[in-house]
Design a protein around this ligand. Structure first.
Ligand SMILES: [Zn+2]
Ligand SMILES: [Zn+2]
Length: 143
């Protein structure tokens, strides 16, 4: 098992903050249409281990965007905070919500087939189709 380290972050207005354990410094990008509409651009996120702890939990809105996923945001300021596997304590947090976004590396792009043509990332990354990326979270393929 990789050693974990503490990460923390908060929303724009500060009503919601979190701490969690991360196992890697890897940041991924999701190019899917749902993330694009939710964030206004590609979603940059990182995986955490186990359940995070929140302050301001009452201010968190959760939107069930598919059979598989739920998206958490601050109800006051609208900041997008996490995507999680529905019904499980399996979270990813937005890289932009981190208190200290240092020491990170962009290593993976998912839903590469949905990436709009108007941008490309120059970082050398592993590029995965959506179905392959999601099976890592759910153990089976999305429809
Ligand atoms: Zn907020
Ligand atoms: Zn996405």
């Amino acid at each position: 098992m990789a050693e974990t380290f503490d990460v923390s972050g908060h929303c724009l207005c500060g009503a919601v903050s979190y701490t969690a354990k991360a196992a890697t410094h890897d940041v991924s990008v999701c190019h899917c249409g749902m993330c694009r509409r939710w964030t206004g651009g590609p979603l940059m996120y990182f995986d955490v281990e186990g359940a995070p702890s929140f302050t301001g939990r009452d201010e968190i809105g959760v939107y069930r965007s598919s059979d598989t996923g739920e998206r958490g945001f601050c109800k006051r300021c609208g900041s997008v905070l996490f995507w999680k596997v529905a019904g499980e304590e399996r979270y990813t947090f937005t890289a932009g919500s981190l208190d200290t976004p240092s020491g990170l590396a962009l290593t993976k792009e998912i839903f590469i087939e949905d990436k709009p043509a108007f941008y490309d990332f120059a970082n050398p990354t592993e590029k995965l189709r959506g179905s392959d990326a999601m099976s890592a979270y759910t153990g089976d393929e999305l429809k």
